[in-house]
Ligand binder design. Structure first.
Ligand code: UD1
Ligand code: CA
Length: 468
């Protein structure tokens, strides 16, 4: 078996992102529910690289902790930031003594696809080049480095906008900033870069001219569409790229068998899954790690965040569901609010203006109208009447409410926690329950009613006298 050539990925993520006008590092701004850099890392995952190194600088600690779950990711810190050439140089300690191909990426270019990078790597290796530059043509190339070619049509060097002559600025082939390098000559050449340019920076782009002068072969790969190469510099870019990603995701979902009634108003984060024959209404937002089962209906205007929904579930209009789990055949909404750690059992119903927090509503149980159920564990086949409130907070701590299987909670009851309603018990409507209700008992806790016969007639008579 021939030995595979190693692949080492380096992702530049040290820049400040001044135009974001933000205290947050640019690469941690979210796009379709993931930090920018996470999009790039996900794309790289598909390449099965031997090492992945992020060069960080601005907000380095924040970036590191945001990526803590990626245990095999290595970091190199660039401080101060003296240019793209200097940035790549910071990866030298990680790559010392290694050989193979270096793929250089930017953390703020999130639309790139794994297949495009694989093509770049193949082209680079197939031509045995020392460097390969990914390029594209732009009708408006302003701001980008331009590709200069010799009389034979080969790339001779790259010139930055600020250092370019008027004639060079007319060139439309631009440097994407994405490259493959053969590791062997790379760091030696990076050490020799100078910073005698308009920005006083160590330009990685100068490596190309230097290679050509030394007779090392440099290749280019021209991308027909520039869309994948779009970077994020401002919040306007963030919004525009967000739209591109949403469209991509929506198409993917529809091709996989979900109906989106109005894709233009539907926003689905990158990591969301939807089972086949589910129907998503207009204005629905599905965020984070939300998953929807098969044959569900999520009606207009709902927001689901990190929520798992089983098969055949109906969520009526305008619900907000966060960090919750909904089992098959359940029915939610309209206007329900599931706050974190809520669990709705199979076939259970949560109706309008019902709020759940850290609460389990068991199989086939119903809370159909106007209720607050917090820190509650509710069994199966329980009926929670309209206006029921678990008083879970005494101003200092939170207390649990337990309602066992088959219990019936009459309307407008307050269950003052900690409290337990036994299996099959009844709570009379309008009760303020402060003590446990045993199984199969009736708990009544409300003032006795007194009727005064003829009281109203007498009152009216008094009023007539007073007015005359
Ligand atoms: C760079 C290229 C330009 C190319 C363009 C494509 C150079 C000199 N120029 O220009 O030819 O057309 O990208 O977008 O390389 N970064 C660091 N440390 C630094 C400087 C930059 O990590 O010291 C990172 C930035 O965070 C960013 C990326 O490198 O993600 C590109 O830097 P940027 O300053 O935006 O380069 P451009 O001027 O756009
Ligand atoms: Ca840039």
């Amino acid at each position: 078996m021939t030995k595979q050539v190693a692949l080492h990925v380096v992702i530049l993520a040290a820049g400040k992102g001044t135009r974001m006008k933000s205290s947050r590092p640019k690469v941690l701004h979210e796009l379709a529910g993931r930090p920018l850099i996470e999009h790039v890392l996900k794309t790289v995952d598909g390449l099965r690289a031997d090492s992945v190194t992020a060069v960080i600088g601005h907000g380095a600690d924040d970036v590191r902790s945001a990526l803590a779950s990626r245990t095999s990711l290595q970091f190199a810190v660039q401080s101060p930031q003296l240019g793209t050439g200097h940035a790549l140089l910071q990866a030298e300690p990680v790559l010392k003594g290694k050989s193979g191909t270096v793929l250089l990426l930017y953390a703020d270019v999130p639309l790139l696809q794994t297949g495009t990078l694989a093509r770049l790597i193949d082209h680079h290796r197939g031509t045995r080049a020392a460097a390969t530059v990914l390029t594209t043509n732009l009708a408006e190339p302003y701001g980008y480095g331009r590709i200069l070619r010799d009389s034979a049509g080969r790339i001779s060097r790259i010139v930055e906008e600020r250092d370019a002559s008027a004639a060079e600025r007319l060139l439309t082939e631009i440097n994407s900033g994405i490259y493959c390098f053969d590791l062997a000559p790379l760091f030696d050449a990076l050490h020799r870069l100078a910073s005698d340019n308009a920005q006083g920076e160590y330009y990685l782009t100068d490596l190309i001219g230097a290679y050509r002068q030394r007779g090392l072969s440099v290749e280019t790969l021209l991308l027909q569409s520039a869309e994948e190469l779009r970077g994020v510099n401002s919040r306007i870019d963030l919004a525009e790229l967000g739209r591109v990603l949403r469209e991509r995701k929506n198409r993917e979902l529809m091709l996989a068998g979900a109906t989106l009634e109005d894709p233009a108003s539907t926003s689905v984060d990158a990591d969301v899954t939807i089972g086949s024959d589910s129907v998503i209404g207009p204005g629905v937002i599905l965020e984070g790690r939300t998953s929807i089962g098969e044959r569900c209906r999520i009606h207009a205007g709902c927001r689901l965040t990190n929520t798992s929904v089983g098969n055949d579930v109906v969520v009526l209009d305008h619900c907000v569901l966060v960090d919750s789990t909904i089992a098959a055949d359940a029915r939610i909404g309209p206007f329900s609010h599931l706050r974190p750690a809520s669990v709705v059992g199979e076939g259970a119903h949560v109706g309008n203006f019902v709020e759940l927090k850290k609460t389990t509503l068991g199989r086939k149980s119903k809370a159909n109208h106007l209720a607050y159920l917090g820190d509650a564990t509710i069994g199966e086949n329980v009926n929670v009447g309209a206006g029921t409130i678990t008083c879970n907070y005494d101003g200092v701590s939170k207390h649990p409410t337990i309602i066992e299987d088959g219990a019936f909670i009459g309307s407008d009851s307050q269950l003052i926690a900690p409290v337990r309603i036994g299996a099959g018990a009844y709570v009379a409507a309008g009760s303020s329950i402060t003590r446990d209700v045993p199984a199969d008992a009736l708990g009544v806790a409300r003032a006795h009613q007194e009727n005064k016969p003829g009281w109203a007639t007498k009152r009216r008579a008094r009023q007539v006298k007073g007015n005359s």
